[in-house]
Design a binder for this molecule. Sequence first.
Ligand code: SF4
Length: 310
Amino acid sequence: MKMTVAQFYRTSADSGTRETADLERKEARTRHSLHPRAYARFRFVYPVLSRRARGVSLGVNLSPDARCNFSCRYCQVDRRGPRSPSRVDVGAIMAEASAILDDWAEGTLTAKAGWGPLPLSLLRLNDLALSGDGEPTQSPLFAQVLEALRELLDNRLLESVKLIIITNGSGLSRPSVGRALGRLRPGHDEIWVKLDWGTQKAFRETTGTRRSLTAHLSRVVSASRILPVTIQTCLFGTEAGGPSEAEIKAYVRSLRFLRNRKADIARVQIYTISRPPADPSLLPLSSGRLDDIARIVRNETDFRVETFGA
Ligand code: SF4
């Protein structure tokens, strides 16, 4: 029988530690509030409690019009309702990021974000993430914003706070993007790249792009020469089932392609849908299924693998 995302939430077991469970509950509540990214009427920067970052992440949205060059079936960007096609304003981004960093330093972030009381350990500020409602490397201001954010963290002596680029990988071969990524701090900042399964058919059907999967993998290899790459894969099923054994085998082959070319892969993060996806027929996978797939990937690649259930 078809299970909705909401039903899945109610029935899925909470198997994490107490702190992880707290974070998951808070994150889920934040995800389901009416304006999960609303913070003091800011337009570009928003704080989130992130399981994948294991703390607070400040998202920087370079796509306020929510346009993206991919149209992933699992995309969880809320594109309902009108969007104002506001232009990216680097000055506003820096002002908003500075104000949120001030709030975090003064201990007022939690209340302003509407998160309610949180254990101190969950308030660790992990990163500023260039992600948002579209593909950040498509923005002509990508390099300028990356540079400005790096300077902001340096000027505030926030040495432990990372800069993370979350990308679908399509812009990684562009020289201007490569030069910008060269500004990231080795051994500290991170690049997270999506990898949507292991065949050209799955890649095309999942992301809606006509790009070549092999070229995508080659871009990941090149990016990993700049900084270790975290691979992000969203897995899901439909009423017909899936992903099939053959699809998982193909996915593993893609990861082995990276390993055989000596790509520097920091970790593989496998997750499932946790908010209403663009394609409403998609269903989340159970934590057990994700763990089974993670075990296969670990055995076949030696990569470090993390899973994130719904
Ligand atoms: S690349 Fe990201 S923002 Fe763009 S459609 Fe896919 S999931 Fe959504």
